[in-house]
Each structure stands twice: as C-alpha cells, then as structure tokens.
Design a protein around this ligand. Structure first.
Ligand code: ZN
Length: 301
C-alpha cells in the first residue's frame, strides 16, 4: 500500500470528549488536543465548532492533507444516522465539514476506526480475522474479516453491546431492554460496585488495588462479557478476540472471568479451538489513530 505523506489528523468524537490527534505514518500520536462534547440535545453545529476548533489548533496554520473522523454512533459513509450520546442525529456531517474545511474528510464508526488501528499498528497486525470488543462506558464492537472491517449492508455491523442477553432486563439508553451493555460495561461496573465509586475507571482502579466490592463487580462484568463473547465466537469463529476500552486496563482481572465464561458459552466447547482473548494495544487514542490511518490511505483504497 502506498503511504501518503503530509499532515493527517484523526479526531475521535465520543460521548464526553473530542480527541484530535496528529498521527504519523507509524501510527504514533505526535500532538493531541481535547474539547468537551456538547450535550446530545445541543445544536449539532456546536459539535461542528468543537471539532473544527480542535482541528485548527492542531493544524496551527499548516496545510492539512486529510482528516479522519471516528464517531460514536451508527455511521454510513457520509452520514451519522444515530448516536446515543452526540447531537449529530440523521446528520450530513461529512458533507458539511468537508465544505467548511475545504480538505478531504473520511468518517467511520469509532470502534471500526479502533479496529483499523489494531489491524495497522496493534494486536491485530498480520491477523486475518478477529473481533474487537471495547468495554468502556458502553460496549462497542467490530468484526475484522480477511484483514478489513466488516461493515454490513449499511455500515452498522458490530453493535455487540445491544444484543439482548436478559429478556425484560435493565432498560438501555438505546431504547431496548436487557442489552449486553447493561451487564458488561463501565456503567454496569458502577451499578454493581455500589455507592462510593465515581465511574467505571474508579471501579477498575479500586479492583486493581485489591478492593473487594470492586473486584466482585469486575468479575461479574467479565463473566457477562464472556457470555457475550461465547455467542460471538459461535457466530464468527475468529482467530483472536481483542478487548479494548477503559475496562481493559484491568487486564486479566477482567479477561480471566471472560475467558472462562466464553468457554462455557460457546457451542462445541472441548471440540474446537477457542480464540485467545487479549488486550488491545493502541490505547485510548485508538479511534483517532485509526481515523487518521483511514484519511491517509483513503485515496489508495
Ligand atoms: Zn441497548
């Protein structure tokens, strides 16, 4: 693949923050800046302004070659159809920002972008088929087949977090009930750990420090994650499962219960190879790094 030179930026647009990065051809983040994400019910143009301001700060007067956007929502090429956390809903984001900036812009779902980063620079390098499951505030997923991200007929594949695992279970922000995300995410960690923990990362940090309630919550989340993985492995038979997102910082405290529950939950266990379950390598900037990689390789794809 021809690797384009020039100034390539990746911007990860998540539920709480916008993270913009200048990324080199080796996937290294050279500079980064952040903005707060406006509330979901805010004017969508406020989010345009936040992203634009971050991009302008990084460019610092230099000519930008291309920008990649990694968006926490259902994205189909040039349109954000739906997001649980962003003001962009049924929104012509790509067209508007391309016009505003006057440079090529590409866009994809944030977990698809993180998967691109793991394929190019991380745990999936050299691999053919793997699943990426991100366990952060919610759960995101991407299916990698034959070295590229499987997008589905409408670019919306991989929403593993919203597969129903408990009929009539907890209400989910997406409008459904009993979604995996309600049992195996940062939000579930906080609910299970009980009062006294600010957020998912606080529970994860307490569990790493040996706190009993936090460990119990993390084990339960790992167990539910493994139940979800069992269904996914039965469906896709991947060679590898890569776990990203904030909760993956707990390492084997999360992954060990997940591996055990996965082995219990997959069809034909004991008669089939099971995929290794490993931690993602591209870190918290994976979405931005993958988006920049998409921007860099867009013309040669
Ligand atoms: Zn849901």
């Amino acid at each position: 693949m021809r690797v384009a030179t020039g100034l390539h930026l990746g911007v990860d647009i998540g539920g709480t923050k916008v993270l913009a990065c200048e990324v080199d051809e080796n996937g290294e983040v050279l500079r980064s800046t952040r903005r707060d994400t406006p509330d979901r019910h805010a004017d969508p143009r406020l989010l345009d302004d936040a992203v634009t301001s971050a991009v302008e700060e990084l460019a610092a007067g230099r000519e930008v070659t291309a920008v990649g956007l990694s968006v926490a929502g259902l994205v189909d090429h040039d349109r954000v159809h739906f997001s649980t956390h962003l003001p962009w809903q049924e929104d012509d984001t790509l067209i508007r920002l391309t016009e505003r900036w006057g440079v090529p812009v590409v866009m994809d779902n944030d977990v698809a972008c993180a998967a691109v980063a793991e394929i190019a620079y991380g745990a999936g390098r050299g691999g053919e088929s793997f699943l990426l499951v991100t366990v952060g505030t919610g759960i995101g997923g991407a299916i990698v087949h034959a070295g590229s991200v499987l997008r589905g007929a409408h670019g919306m594949a991989g929403e593993f977090g919203h597969v129903r695992v408990v009929p009539e279970g907890h209400d989910c922000e997406c409008g459904l009930r009993g979604c995996l995300e309600q049992y195996a995410s940062g939000n579930a960690l906080v609910r299970l750990a009980g009062p006294g923990y600010a957020d998912g990362p606080a529970v994860t940090a307490a569990a790493i420090a040996g706190d009993g309630s936090a460990l119990q919550a993390l084990t339960s989340v790992g167990d539910w994650l493994g139940v979800g993985l069992g269904g996914l492995v039965s469906s896709y038979d991947p060679e590898l499962v890569v776990i990203g997102g904030g909760a993956s910082e707990a390492g084997d405290l999360l992954l060990e219960p997940a591996r055990r529950a996965m082995a219990r939950s997959v069809v034909g266990t004991g008669h089939r190879p099971l995929p290794a379950v490993v931690v993602a390598q591209c870190g918290p900037a994976a979405g931005a790094v993958g988006a920049a990689h998409l921007a860099r390789t867009a013309r040669s794809r």
